[in-house]
Design a binder for this molecule. Structure first.
Ligand SMILES: Nc1nc2c(c(=O)[nH]1)N[C@H]1C(S)=C(S)[C@@H](COP(=O)(O)O)O[C@H]1N2
Ligand SMILES: [Mo]
Length: 337
């Protein structure tokens, strides 16, 4: 087992060993701490620790986030024996085409995104549709830290400590009708603050859209994230609300969500619309099904230098097969890539 799925009651924050801190320090210090047992490091007395992760840039969290953070279930799910990607890499090597197609464009340009006030529309096949101010939308949810691998379809990967809540909790709140078969997510469309929507990448029909089958969305690993590295999401990572589906290629994890719809038909997603023969609806990480233009058998784990590439084998369902393979027993994964 590569991950553990404890019951919430099993992990009061004071009981959690600061393994992520240990791993991130280790990754930054080049192994200097590798010999120290995690148990010899201090236990957190208080869940709110700015120093939980090394070199995290302070943000300007909205009040609702600051108020919720202390009750977060830290490390509800972790990745074993893989270093957490340094904050700097996770926030300066991004895909967020609304802010440009270069990997450093989002960090440079996403400052123009205004995340307060923010509202989320819930519509379609639900008992309780509506438009919610984000602070109201967030009220019912217990935050959890989830340390997940992120595997981009471009064959690079990271390990990121997200803060969020399961989509299943949202579905419980909004009550899908019997006609709801899929969940569709839409990113903000605002050319004024999003330079990439002003024309430069004309291939994309904005807004960015993604979707999941309802049973995929109900899987306990699928979350909506509002933070990472112990703080709120930086804009370039999809503030203030994004999807994280760790067993699928990164493009499924749509950023800066303004609309969530329960629908009866499979939604047409952005990357399918651009190149349906290269990017499918399912987009499950699969080392045995290559992209038409490159292999998916391996990945470059960031940070990775030009002269010391950090290459590793890609795992089926990105290492989460025990948790999700049963969703796809009736599906030909070669056809449904
Ligand atoms: N709205 C929107 N969401 C998006 C993208 C995008 O261009 N626009 N890029 C996707 C891709 S290809 C990846 S790999 C992940 C990257 O997330 P990160 O920058 O937080 O690592 O975001 C995904 N979500
Ligand atoms: Mo990606």
């Amino acid at each position: 087992m590569l991950i553990k799925l404890p019951k919430a009651s099993d992990c009061p924050e004071s009981d959690v060993t600061p393994e992520s801190f240990y791993l991130s320090r280790r990754s930054l210090l080049g192994g200097a701490l590798a010999g120290i047992a995690a148990s010899s490091l201090p236990r957190w007395a208080n869940a709110v620790e700015a120093s939980r992760y090394a070199d995290v840039e302070a943000g300007r969290a909205p009040n609702w986030f600051t108020e919720k953070l202390p009750s977060t279930h830290w490390q509800a799910i972790t990745v074993k024996d893989e270093a957490i990607t340094p904050f700097k890499d996770a926030t300066h090597y991004n895909n967020f085409y609304e802010f440009g197609t270069g990997k450093d464009d989002p960090a440079t340009n996403a400052g123009s995104l205004k995340t307060e006030p923010w509202s989320v529309v819930i519509d379609g096949e639900v008992a309780k549709p509506g438009r919610y101010a984000l602070e109201d939308f967030m009220k019912p949810y217990q935050l959890e830290e989830r340390i997940y691998r992120l595997r981009c379809v471009e064959a690079w990967s990271m390990v990121i400590p997200w803060i969020g809540f399961p989509i299943s909790a949202l579905l419980k709140q909004v009550g899908p009708t019997s006609k709801a078969k899929y969940i569709r997510f839409e990113t903000l469309q605002d050319p004024k603050s999003m330079p990439g929507q002003r024309s430069s990448f004309g291939l994309i029909d904005w807004p960015y859209v993604e979707g999941l089958r309802l049973d995929e969305a109900m899987n306990p690993l699928a979350i909506l994230a509002v933070g990472m590295y112990g703080r709120e999401l930086p804009n370039q990572n999809g503030a203030p609300l994004r999807l994280v589906v760790p067993w699928k290629y990164g493009f499924k994890s749509v950023k800066s969500i303004v609309r969530i719809s329960l629908v009866s038909e499979q939604p047409k997603t952005t990357w399918q619309s651009i190149a349906a023969d290269e990017y499918g609806f399912y987009a499950n990480v699969n080392p045995t099904v290559d992209h038409p233009r490159w292999t998916q058998a391996r990945e470059r784990r960031l940070p990775s230098g030009l002269f010391s590439p950090n290459v590793r084998e890609t795992q089926m369902f990105n290492g989460y097969a025990d948790e999700v393979a049963s969703l796809y027993t009736d599906l030909d994964l070669r056809k449904n890539y």
